[in-house]
Design a binder for this molecule. Structure first.
Ligand SMILES: NC(=O)c1ccc[n+]([C@@H]2O[C@H](COP(=O)([O-])OP(=O)(O)OC[C@H]3O[C@@H](n4cnc5c(N)ncnc54)[C@H](OP(=O)(O)O)[C@@H]3O)[C@@H](O)[C@H]2O)c1
Length: 405
């Protein structure tokens, strides 16, 4: 790794990382750094992408977006979309520049997503960039939202602003916001399945015991995956047998919304997943038992009724309902019944499978009635990656049943 260290006035020392852009090292003033020499497109956009990621867990149903403003070879402002309803990244970066006495007229703006062109919770950023008189906007990817797609770029170009796309960053920008892109393309959240199993593919023993199949390293990784998702979902079977908290504890991160599929409201009010923090949602069938409903809602749980199919909650209605609540990314952590049901319905895009060095010789496994007649046509994890975590092995990848980004 190569570093450039530059010393500027007021005893400020900054370190510039070749890959991730500009990293703050120390500053007597506490301000964002002024870089004294020009960097490349790659470095500015890498910086904008790392700023965007700071919004993880706060921006849904909006995307994570980062922005860096450069003038005369110096970064004069930078920002990211902090939270849904708050200013967008471009406005944060303009405000950041202004707060330091900088004028963005004639500047080049690096932004990870096409600037918006519609009135949502905030006015359009494309118009604001025009009003500010910037000279060039460099973008990593177009906005997949049909209300915006291409219009932001059009507004900028019609105002005489040069717009440049950086296709080499498109993949990274897309994977940062895959839930947002997926929702706009397919009308449902991006669904990640997570399962821990024995070498013979069992998720629990034949008596139902399964806590814990994997070691602490694998469980820590599972918490990291939770923190990347807006919601985590299990079936009531898991709540009753394992009483999981479904929170992020082994790593730093935001707790996702906890969702329980429970057709007849069997979730005990003492269940840890209820959490009493207003972040638990139970999806149940129509006409719930009024007493059970009251007990749960009195405990701070939101309960929503959904149509049933074949005696169970209709999963297509469930994921649509979650999308309507702003859930862009959903992690399904349930037991074998729930995981099988999501696979059966083709509601699965990505999988993390943790395999422990143990043979159960019985117990439930993931089953779905797929009649594959050719190994190549079976359900594969595409470009699968494996990782050794303590004694366990994690395999992850996009599932071939996913319609893709
Ligand atoms: N190894 C692992 O990764 C792992 C993870 C979690 C759990 N487990 C183990 O799995 C076992 C529990 O298995 P499980 O299969 O009962 O748990 P589950 O899949 O979490 O829950 C299944 C229950 O969800 C409810 N449900 C609601 N809508 C559904 C739908 N559309 N499709 C399927 N189910 C729906 C059903 O109960 P209602 O009909 O009452 O609604 C069903 O019995 C326990 O032994 C637990 O320890 C293992």
């Amino acid at each position: 790794m190569r570093y450039f260290i530059s010393q500027v006035k007021e005893f400020r020392i900054y370190i510039v990382h070749r890959k991730v852009g500009i990293n703050f090292l120390q500053s007597s003033s506490g301000l964002t750094p002024h870089i004294t020499h020009p960097l490349t497109h790659t470095e500015y956009m890498s910086r904008a992408l790392s700023l965007a990621a700071k919004g993880r867990g706060f921006t849904s149903p909006n995307p994570m977006v980062g922005c860096v403003i450069v003038k005369g070879g110096r970064v004069i402002g930078e920002g990211w979309h902090h939270q849904y309803g708050h200013p967008h990244a471009e406005i944060e970066a303009i405000n950041n520049a202004n707060s330091r006495g900088e004028n963005v007229r004639g500047a080049t703006v690096y932004v990870t997503l096409e600037p918006c062109s519609h009135y949502g919770k905030t006015p359009p950023c494309a118009n604001r960039l025009v009003d500010e008189g910037v000279s060039e906007v460099i973008i990593a990817m177009e906005d997949p939202n049909p209300k915006v797609s291409g219009n932001g770029i059009k507004i900028l170009r019609e105002a005489g602003i040069k717009v440049t796309m950086l296709p080499e960053f498109q993949q990274e920008a897309m994977s940062l916001n895959r839930g947002f892109i997926f929702l706009h393309k397919h009308g449902r959240p991006f669904i990640t399945l997570k399962a821990a199993m024995s070498l013979d593919g069992r998720m629990c023993l034949s008596n139902g015991a399964s806590k814990w199949i994997t070691g602490i390293e694998a469980r820590t990784e599972a918490h990291r995956i939770r923190a990347m998702n807006d919601a985590v979902l299990v079936g009531v079977g898991t709540v009753i047998s394992d009483d999981p908290e479904l929170t992020v504890r082994h790593v730093e991160g935001i707790n996702p919304l906890r969702v329980i599929l429970d057709s007849s409201l069997k979730t005990p009010i003492t269940a840890k997943a209820i959490g009493h923090d207003g972040k638990c949602l139970i999806l149940t069938s129509e006409n719930p038992d009024p007493q059970k409903l009251k007990a749960l809602t009195d405990s701070g749980v939101e309960v929503a009724t959904l149509p049933s199919r074949d005696g169970n909650i209709d999963l297509h209605s469930a994921v649509k309902y979650l999308a309507g609540k702003g859930v862009l990314t959903l992690m399904v952590e349930g037991g074998p019944e729930i995981l099988s049901a999501f696979l059966r319905e083709g509601l699965a895009d990505y999988a993390y499978v943790f395999t422990a060095p143990v043979i159960f010789g019985g117990g439930k496994s993931i089953t779905f009635d797929a009649k594959f007649h050719d190994v190549k046509a079976a359900l594969w994890l595409v470009d699968a990656k494996t990782k050794v975590l303590g004694n366990d092995i994690m395999t992850e990848g996009m599932l071939t049943c996913s319609p893709g980004l």
